[in-house]
Design a protein around this ligand. Structure first.
Ligand SMILES: [Zn+2]
Length: 54
């Protein structure tokens, strides 16, 4: 079972590092740009793929 807990820990660490680093409230699902506002259209790629960050 050691393998599974190792994978889980790595994922958790990566997720935390991402949120700590960016502090974005919203993210474009298309180009993964981090945004601090809920833009209707992504200012980077122009897609209407901006969603609240998890
Ligand atoms: Zn985008």
């Amino acid at each position: 079972m050691g393998l599974f807990s190792d994978v889980g820990r790595t994922v958790e660490k990566t997720k935390r590092a991402f949120t700590d680093n960016k502090r974005a409230e919203y993210v474009c699902l298309d180009c993964e740009e981090s945004l601090d506002e809920n833009y209707e259209y992504c200012p980077r790629c122009g897609e209407d793929s901006v969603e609240p960050a998890a």
